[in-house]
Design a protein around this ligand. Structure first.
Ligand code: SMG
Ligand code: MG
Length: 382
């Protein structure tokens, strides 16, 4: 469903950007590398009616996608924030959250930056109205089933130990990261140890079509899906691969917009889609991806980018839309962080996460935690 009732425009007076460094509780290893600290940008939209918060989910290095934090920091200050501050009629000077993506559209790419800016403006607008983001987006649930993404460990035994701990905590679905040489053995170890748990794998683009035989070996594990086996722009190869596998192919990195999602579905490159607001340029575009998948009968789930409590709160709302029929990577804050930047970080309750009900994203910033994590700060004014 498209957004039923737009938010009231805001008068955007300034935008504050901060680079945060947050230590991870344990290293997170994917096919493209290991992170021990999350570097992320937090956005504060300062409006006449109060502040709003957003998060730019880039990583320190351009390994997941071409975006990275210093690039985001630059493009935000040089182009995107000035475009928003200058938008709106000179008299009124107001900005509707629904207009943010159109104002930023002339600037090619940089979708994670656009998403963070849009969320901050949207949060400010909704807080001013006292309206929760979930209600605005059209949620149909008050809590969502929570899955967890488990990084590549030292060896399969260590992976089994890590997965066991998350299952004990109550996570209802396990996703393990794979890469060449750590695919069949790791998946087999988890299946052997835990039986028929809901299990899926994520390759983060580590394979090519030449690996079809090894990927087909994963068919025997009855996985929910295999996520992004091939490169971001390998849409046709994903279609070829999908036709060779029994395991459903899910796209993450490749789905950079609603148009990309429509194209991938038309080409049968995927039968499941991971929706991340950052990757598609914002929560409103994420809803458009959701809507078109729902119309096509294609299941979607909400991905994660190791968000702080700001982005996680918004993800919990997004994941409560009706088409999100698979558990997402909306895990509790303590899966990555000992200290979050919000006062009520997401917690796991009976394998579920509650959809925030307060105004806007529904969480409050912890100003001391935010200051402690800040390594750079800038404010741009009208
Ligand atoms: O936020 O819980 C989370 C992490 C989920 O695995 C996760 N994200 O490709 O889906 C993905 C990765 C990208 C993270 S960048 C290391
Ligand atoms: Mg992924």
């Amino acid at each position: 469903m498209p957004i039923a009732r737009p938010a009231a425009p805001v008068r955007l007076e300034a935008v504050e950007l901060r680079v945060l460094h947050l230590p991870l509780v344990s290293p997170f290893t994917t096919s493209f590398g290991t992170e021990t600290e999350r570097e992320v940008i937090v956005v504060r939209a300062r409006t006449a009616g109060g502040d709003g918060w957003g998060e730019i989910v880039t990583q320190q290095a351009p390994l997941y996608s071409s975006e990275y934090t210093q690039g985001a920091w630059d493009v935000a200050q040089r182009f995107l924030v000035p475009a928003l501050l200058n938008a709106g009629s000179p008299d009124a000077g107001t900005l509707a959250p629904e207009d943010v993506s159109g104002i930023l559209e002339p600037f090619v790419g940089h979708r994670m930056v656009k998403a963070g800016l849009e969320l901050a403006v949207l949060d400010a607008a909704l807080r001013a109205e006292g309206r929760p983001l979930g209600e605005y987006l059209g949620v149909v649930r008050d809590r969502i089933p929570s899955g967890v993404s488990v990084g590549i460990q030292r060896d399969p035994a260590a992976l089994v130990e890590a997965v066991g701990r998350y299952l004990e905590e109550g996570y209802v679905r396990i996703k393990i990261k794979i890469k060449p040489g750590r695919d069949v053995v790791d998946t087999a170890a988890v299946r052997d140890a835990f039986g028929a748990i809901p299990l899926q794998v994520d390759a983060n683009s580590a394979y090519s079509l030449a690996d079809v035989e090894i990927l087909a070996e994963l068919d025997r594990f009855d996985l929910l899906l295999i996520e992004q086996p091939l490169q971001e722009d390998d849409i046709v190869d994903h279609a070829t691969l999908a036709a060779r596998l029994h395991t459903p192919v899910c796209l993450d990195e490749s789905i950079v917009s609603a148009k990309a999602a429509a194209d991938a579905l038309a080409l049968r490159a995927a039968s499941v889609i991971n929706i991340k607001a950052g990757r598609v340029g914002g929560y409103l575009e994420a809803v458009r991806v959701h809507d078109l998948c729902r119309d096509a009968g294609v299941p979607v789930w909400c991905g994660g980018m190791l968000e702080t409590g700001i982005g996680r709160a918004a993800n919990a709302a997004l994941a409560a839309l009706p088409g999100f029929t698979l558990p997402g990577d909306v895990s509790a804050s303590n899966r990555f962080y000992t200290r979050d930047v919000v006062t009520e970080p997401i917690v796991l309750e009976d394998g579920h996460v509650r959809v925030p009900t307060g105004p806007g994203i529904g969480v409050e910033i912890d100003p001391v935690a935010l200051d402690d994590a800040t390594v750079a700060r800038v404010e741009l004014r009208r």
